[in-house]
Design a protein around this ligand. Structure first.
Ligand code: SF4
Ligand code: SF4
Length: 302
């Protein structure tokens, strides 16, 4: 069944697939709890919930045995025209949650054809799963000093998981770390958010500030022209020189997105915002959030 699953993952277009044995994540949870205690999660209170589920995925799926972890490369082959404002590249195309969930459910149906008693659940970027650690355990890569999962093709991958109650053949965890003495991400982070040990102070991170933070900014908050998210710690990573353009057409910007100019972004109405971004991850910050970010960028430049 393991080989069939891996073959099917290729058929479905995933760029990586590894399988880890379900175990309790004691050490990682200890680190995670310390991170929360230090307040590095900022206003993201939802990260404090589900700690039991995070530690033990068998609480998510009764009798869970295997975590199938998949990767989907999203590195867009086309660029935006924006000059002054920056938008993280994962948000240029269709919301990845839908794309990956759809494929994971197809994989689940495929498994059930052979093993009808299989029970499982699919997750994409979901609070109860420590997805990067599971990807490492499934042999897909290492966790870089930027806190992201790195493969030898870089970090521009979405991660998804299918937890099932079926015993499979497990991949060897990825034990090496190919960051070596490099610290480009740490030194290039515009706000000093990376702590050097693979952890990040989300309160300083521009991704958090532009997407998750509610309310107004302090006048001195510099968004470094990022209107949504931030890609700096990926852009400077030497492993990303090896990134190949995605084969998922939906992750590329639409024609209208490609035509977006700084002037149009600044003057978008709510209706235009909805029309332009309705299927993209940018909906997460909402019209008010995006406009707040733009206002802050302008304010800081004055
Ligand atoms: S996303 Fe940007 S702000 Fe956040 S850690 Fe990376 S470089 Fe720093
Ligand atoms: S920039 Fe260097 S240190 Fe940071 S994740 Fe990439 S290889 Fe590792």
């Amino acid at each position: 069944m393991t080989n069939r699953i891996k073959q099917e993952c290729k058929q479905l277009g995933f760029d990586g697939c590894g399988i880890a044995r379900i175990e309790t994540l004691s050490e990682e949870m200890e680190r995670y709890k310390q991170w929360l205690e230090a307040g590095y999660n900022g206003e993201m209170a939802y990260l404090e919930r589900y700690t039991e589920l995070r530690a033990d995925p068998s609480k998510l799926v009764p009798g869970a045995k295997s975590m199938i972890v998949v990767l989907l490369n999203y590195y867009p082959k086309e660029r935006l025209r924006l000059k002054r404002y920056k938008i993280s590249s994962y948000a240029w195309g269709i919301d990845y949650h839908r794309v990956i969930k759809r494929k994971l459910w197809d994989l689940y149906s495929f498994i059930k054809k052979f093993e009808p008693l299989t029970e499982g659940r699919a997750f994409v970027d979901s609070a109860p799963v420590l997805e990067r650690e599971w990807a490492r355990r499934a042999g897909l890569g290492w966790i870089g000093k930027n806190g992201l999962l790195l493969t030898k093709r870089g970090s521009y991958n979405f991660i998804g998981e299918l937890i099932i109650n079926l015993e499979l053949v497990y991949d060897k965890p990825f034990e090496k770390n190919y960051c070596g003495s490099c610290r480009r991400c740490i030194d290039s982070c515009p706000t000093g958010a990376l702590l050097g040990n693979g952890l990040m102070d989300a309160r300083k991170c521009l991704s958090y500030l532009t997407i998750e933070k509610r309310g107004e900014f302090e006048p001195e908050t510099n968004l470094h022209n990022w209107a949504f998210g931030c890609d700096v710690c990926q852009q400077v990573c030497p492993w990303n020189n090896r990134a190949r353009p995605t084969h998922v057409e939906e992750f590329n910007p639409s024609d209208e997105m490609k035509q977006l100019t700084d002037e149009r972004l600044e003057s978008l109405s709510k209706a235009e915002f909805k029309h332009l971004f309705k299927q993209t991850p940018i909906m997460r910050t909402g019209y008010k959030g995006l406009m707040r970010n733009i206002k802050q960028i302008k304010r800081f430049e004055q």
